[in-house]
Design a protein around this ligand. Structure first.
Ligand code: TRP
Ligand code: SF4
Length: 333
């Protein structure tokens, strides 16, 4: 893997993955595997920052995240797949970085302010939650990461990471690289209610959904809001169903749908049925691979263990440099 630039990204295990995660992140992660030395990890400690009051699902979600990843083509042969909490060095680096991170950098973090407002039902006025970007910085710079593929909402965190890396290097000598964010090209995927697809909105279609569930969910999708009756012509340009056709249905058929919709020859009910068929078909191979892994959790655990071991080796190397930089006594073994 030598010579390739290093990529790192993580996801919080807060539930099963949906089409928004697939098109907004995972597809890109898969594609990057051949050109870069990729590290992808389950950010289970990060999930705890906002979910510490109800950790029940954490263990299952961690495994399910791995099922989802493997089923869409993340490959342990190409990439290092690991679990954050099993590389304790992240916690040590977090602690050290917390010494040099001014509170003001964290308090002005826009993602922090947004989340504070959104999570109003939960008490997130904790040190861990404020320090979220410091832990994320530790995740990233631990591996001397060059590029961090993330969604727009995470860009401020990558910015803070750069500042922290720069500050460490300035104070103690150059150990870290300054990573940059890479945004996905795919536009935001909308849920069946046309809001951003999100587990918490209950508007998602999941990678693990059966064809029956997919049919039910697509039947509920909001279409062109201006089209009240079948005899009204529709506008695929503003229809979320059509957006999905573009991703999942053959080009010729999509073109026909476009014409049929605009001339009112095609009704929305029919159009959604067609979408359900292409979605079920397109997701078929993912669903099959997913059930293969879901039936073999020991195999998946082994895959994660192997990746975690590799991550730990890299992390251990970085931590030697860090400890020596901050003059931790090295006489003791
Ligand atoms: N904060 C990220 C998110 O919610 C998850 C994450 C944790 C992450 N550590 C990271 C992403 C390091 C990229 C790099 O999506
Ligand atoms: Fe959307 Fe299809 Fe209805 Fe046209 S026919 S508005 S593309 S669901």
């Amino acid at each position: 893997m030598g010579g390739k630039k290093r990529i790192l990204s993580g996801m919080r295990p807060t539930g099963p993955l949906h089409l928004g995660n697939l098109h907004g992140a995972l597809e890109q992660w898969v594609e990057l595997q051949d050109r870069y030395d990729c590290f992808y990890f389950v950010a289970d400690w990060h999930a705890l920052t906002s979910n510490y009051e109800s950790p029940e699902g954490l263990s299952d979600y961690t495994m399910e995240m791995a099922f989802d990843w493997l089923s869409v083509g993340l490959s342990p042969e190409k990439s290092t797949l690991f679990v954050q909490s099993h590389v304790k060095e992240h916690a040590e680096l977090f602690l050290i970085l917390s010494m040099i991170t001014p509170l003001s950098w964290l308090e002005r973090n826009p993602t922090y302010k947004d989340q504070m407002a959104q999570l109003s039902g939960r008490d997130v006025s904790t040190l861990g939650f404020l320090g979220y970007p410091v832990l994320q910085a530790a995740d990233i710079i631990m591996y001397k990461t060059d590029i961090v593929p993330v969604g727009e909402d995470q860009v401020p965190h990558v910015e803070i990471t750069r500042e922290i890396a720069r500050r460490f290097n300035y104070l103690y000598g150059k150990v870290f690289t300054e990573p940059r964010a890479m945004l996905t090209k795919t536009p935001r995927i909308l849920g069946i209610d046309r809001r951003k697809m999100s587990k918490s909105y209950g508007n998602a279609i999941y990678l693990s959904d059966s064809p029956e569930t997919i049919a039910k969910r697509t039947a509920q999708m909001i279409t062109d809001p201006q089209r009240a009756r079948k005899c009204d012509p529709g506008d695929p340009g503003v229809c979320n169903v059509f957006e999905f056709h573009k991703l999942y249905t053959k080009k010729e058929v999509t073109d026909e749908i476009n014409v049929g919709c605009r001339s009112a020859a095609l009704g929305c009910v029919e159009c959604k049925k067609m979408l359900a068929t292409s979605l079920a078909e397109g997701l078929g191979p993912i669903r099959e691979k997913r059930s293969y892994y879901a039936q073999r959790p020991e195999l998946v655990a082994e895959i994660l263990e192997a990746g975690t071991k590799r991550a730990r080796e890299v992390a251990a190397g970085t931590m030697e440099e860090v400890r020596s930089g901050i003059r931790i006594c090295s006489r003791l073994r």
